[in-house]
Design a protein. Sequence first.
Length: 87
Amino acid sequence: MIKALLIITALASGGDYTTEMPSMQACLDARLEIMQQDPNLETLCVPRGDDTAKMKEFFQIFMDIVLWMQEQEEYSKFLRGEENPLN
């Protein structure tokens, strides 16, 4: 009895709920089923980004920073006269 009461209370509290779907079409199908059960509910399907693309972008930015720092170090050495760029 208490478990059922907790489940009902949790569902009736009006919070946001998210779940991962295998595809966008599965999400859209589930969205229609939810809307048929309760037309007052709002549902939204948001595509999930590719994690490998995010990681590649992050490391590319990191490498750009490292290269920029190396260029700044070489420029600093040149200004101090420690390095000749023609060598």
